[in-house]
Ligand binder design. Structure first.
Ligand code: MD6
Ligand code: FE
Length: 219
């Protein structure tokens, strides 16, 4: 293997490689795997303060994926629309603070994918169980699309759908496994994407669940 290849490999924890999904979108295989136990403990702690809940879309549908947030801002949806807000609508309290380990992972992953100085202020935490899915959508509630999003997959594997700027554009299917990180910005920041119905399974750390953390600079 050429020397430069070895250098790139050594930059990753439990590296399974770096795959380009689209211009500005990169999968870092296994990038978060060595931190899995700490990340999941932090999720559990956050969820004791801000419970996972099934939010309702503006159209009146209850989402099958359960969600919570940490950080200065949290993503919410209800009958009045999608937005970021500083307080958990269930408790009225501020969202739990962003753990230092989330900030460090976000910055390291963004840097590895070519985005320097990424400082997220919001982390949406999605919890999937077998049979749940996330329909094709765009992430466009953030103030400045110049910032990337760092997405961390933990637990059961999922099939990610990655489309294009238009809803009807063809989609690529990408398997995302425990520890994989997707960094996504630049020209494909507003591309449509979703998660296919989660298959049944059992993960040693999460049981019958998949968690996805999306770290954003929302404000
Ligand atoms: C998920 N992820 O992987 C859902 N959005 O469960 C997303 O919707 C997402 O992975 C924006 C950027 C990265 C993502
Ligand atoms: Fe998204």
């Amino acid at each position: 293997m050429p020397y430069i290849g070895t250098m790139q490999q050594s930059l990753f924890d439990a590296d399974g490689g770096k795959e380009a999904l689209a211009p500005g979108a990169t999968v870092l295989r296994g990038f978060a795997r060595k931190r899995d136990v700490a990340l999941l403990a932090a999720v559990e702690e956050i969820a004791t303060q801000a419970l996972f809940r099934h939010m309702v879309t503006p159209g009146g549908f209850e989402m099958s994926v359960a969600m919570t947030n940490c950080g200065a801002a949290g993503w919410v949806t209800d009958r009045t629309g999608y937005r970021y807000q500083a307080h958990d609508p269930h408790s009225g309290a501020p969202w739990p603070a962003m753990p230092a380990g989330f900030l460090a992972l976000a910055d390291e992953a963004a840097t590895a994918a070519g985005f320097a100085d990424f400082v997220p202020d919001a982390c949406l935490i999605n919890r999937y169980e077998p049979g749940t899915k996330l329909s094709l959508h765009q992430d466009k509630d953030e103030a400045d699309y110049a910032h990337p999003i760092v997405s961390v997959s933990l637990g059961l594997p999922a099939t990610f759908q990655f489309g294009g700027p238009k809803r009807g554009d063809p989609v690529r299917k990408v398997a995302l496994e425990h520890g994989d990180v997707v960094v996504w910005g630049g020209p494909s920041r507003l591309f449509h994407h979703g998660v296919l119905t989660l298959k049944s399974g059992e993960h040693p750390l999460t049981g019958r669940r998949r968690f996805n953390l999306t770290l954003r600079k929302a404000l």
